[in-house]
Design a protein around this ligand. Structure first.
Ligand code: S3P
Length: 161
């Protein structure tokens, strides 16, 4: 087994699916945001506020470059697939699964979340525009597309496993 990368928009269930998959496959799980937060000793909103978004994006790319664990499941941040360099690393070092949720479901899950700076600074319409802008890039990065609408966490996990 290679690395498994879970990609997709915020709130598409990458972390929840990653954890469950890790239990089913007995493979370590890493959440990229958590790893970056642990390494810097700051929360994601603090990183955005202190260093700006671009520096956070560099941290994501650094993580992909230096991550050595060969067999693991990684839930990426929703912006990771936006850089061509990141897309290339993921496709070359693992299997990439895109979790595809409807914007309606996403909004329901993230709209009140204080830990996502992109959500905090956006209106619903702005976030929906970003969702549509990013969608082709997720699909371009992925080896497999997983529709989440109407499926339970278990069903999604079983499909990937
Ligand atoms: C971001 C998604 C977040 C986190 C950061 C930026 C994005 O991760 O990396 O807030 O640009 O889509 P999740 O997709 O896990 O929420």
């Amino acid at each position: 087994m290679k690395k498994v990368y879970l990609i997709g928009f915020m709130g598409s269930g990458k972390s929840a699916v990653g954890k469950r998959l890790s239990n089913v496959l007995h493979v370590p799980f890493y959440d990229m945001d958590t790893e970056i937060a642990n390494r810097t000793g700051m929360t994601i909103p603090q990183i955005f506020e202190t260093y700006g978004e671009e520096r956070f994006r560099d941290m994501e790319t650094d993580f992909l470059h230096r991550f050595q664990d060969e067999y693991c499941i990684i839930a990426t941040g929703g912006g990771v697939a936006m850089r061509a360099q990141n897309r290339e690393i993921m496709r070359q070092t693992g299997l990439v699964f895109c979790l595809n949720s409807t914007f309606r479901d996403i909004w329901r899950r993230v709209s009140t979340d204080k830990n996502r700076p992109i959500v905090q600074r956006s209106t619903r319409d702005e976030l929906e525009i970003l969702y549509h802008k990013r969608k082709p890039l997720y699909l371009e990065s992925a080896h497999f597309k997983v529709e989440t609408a109407g499926r339970s966490l278990n069903e999604i996990t079983q499909y990937i496993a």
